[in-house]
Design a protein around this ligand. Structure first.
Ligand code: NAP
Length: 297
């Protein structure tokens, strides 16, 4: 339970509604900032404008998945006014308040560091990344289906990277009957690909592996699908790049070759906002409970 704990929310999208719901269920005292246009009202939550005063007794501050932009603006689909998180707001937080977000830009990191306020970047966590890989994979499959005229079953696919997303994706594609090759660089990853019954290859050999590929899914956040690689691909091939912006593909060169290459960020929030919200809600409320337990010890 979060009884007696004050959780403040600034901005967000549909995912945040699940987090708010869970905090209320757990009896936290909840303040919503930047939710003026939210139609469904939460009993047990109070809407307030963004002022230093409203933040001063918060035990936890929850920001959207992308905490702020490079200038400190917080996105909210429930508010038409800009929400700017400034020095005066950070300065008013209690020193043991913890700020939670998906990922922080340098602006937010340095703002909080100056005030010695702890920041938790949820998307860095293995548990969240693994749970999030489920809606991400479903979104990637949706994009593959929408952008090809062949079945995934029987198609030649390559997955680049065997991290938290790559592993879930390779497994799902295999389950659907695709011929799956996985490009990675670590010997243990190559061994794991072999153990999974898939075809491993070292990422440095990518150029030699793409001539017959139907779909390449990239999860490596570095330029790996280079012009050299794209030049070896068939024009009918599809590239779905899941890696964080700017992705790992030479998109300009792909376009010049007439090869469809799609950067697909934020799939959990697009294909399954409710599930994506629940994933965050479960972890964040557990972390807040631990945080308050630690404080009481
Ligand atoms: P991860 O677990 O860190 O996996 C990344 C993989 O890339 C690892 O296997 C890593 O292998 C490999 N890698 C990194 N740099 C490499 C390089 N230079 N050459 C070869 N391999 C390299 O990350 P993740 O959670 O799977 O996420 C992967 C990417 O997808 C991230 O950019 C993440 O932000 C993004 N993402 C996007 C969505 C979406 O909706 N599109 C959803 C979730 C995640 P090593 O261990 O060898 O470094």
């Amino acid at each position: 339970m979060l009884t007696g704990i004050h959780v403040a929310f600034i901005g967000g999208d549909a995912r945040q509604l699940e987090v708010i719901k869970k905090c209320i269920q757990l009896h936290a005292s909840v303040t919503l900032i930047g939710y003026d246009n939210l139609e469904s009202s939460f009993s047990g939550a109070t809407k307030k404008p963004l002022t230093p005063d409203v933040l001063k007794d918060a035990d936890a501050l929850i920001l959207p998945i992308v905490g702020t932009d490079d200038e400190g603006y917080v996105e909210s689909i429930f508010c038409s006014q800009p929400l700017h998180l400034a020095e005066e707001h950070a300065a008013s937080l209690k020193k043991d308040c913890v700020v939670y977000t998906g990922m922080a830009k340098p602006y937010l990191r340095s703002l909080l560091a100056r005030q010695r306020i702890s920041l938790v970047e949820l998307l860095d966590r293995d548990d969240i990344a693994i749970y999030n890989s489920i809606p991400t994979v479903e979104g990637a499959l949706m994009m593959a289906i929408q952008n090809t005229d062949i079945t995934i079953h029987g198609s030649q696919v390559i997955v680049l990277g065997l991290g938290r997303t790559g592993m879930s994706l390779a497994r799902a594609l295999h389950g659907l009957g695709a011929r799956v090759r996985v490009g990675a660089r670590r010997p243990d990853h190559l061994a794991r690909v072999y153990e999974m019954g898939l075809t491993p290859f070292h990422i440095s050999e990518l150029k030699e592996r793409v001539a017959d590929v139907d779909i390449i899914f990239n999860t490596i956040p570095h330029l790996v699908i280079t012009a050299e690689v794209i030049a070896q691909m068939r024009q009918t091939a599809l590239i779905i790049d899941l890696a964080s912006k700017p992705g790992g593909t030479d998109f300009q060169f792909a376009e010049r070759c007439g090869i469809k290459a799609l950067l697909a960020p934020g799939l959990p929030g697009i294909v399954a906002p409710k599930t994506a919200g629940q994933i965050i809600a479960n972890t964040v409320t557990r972390l807040i409970a631990e945080q308050s337990g630690n404080r009481e010890e």
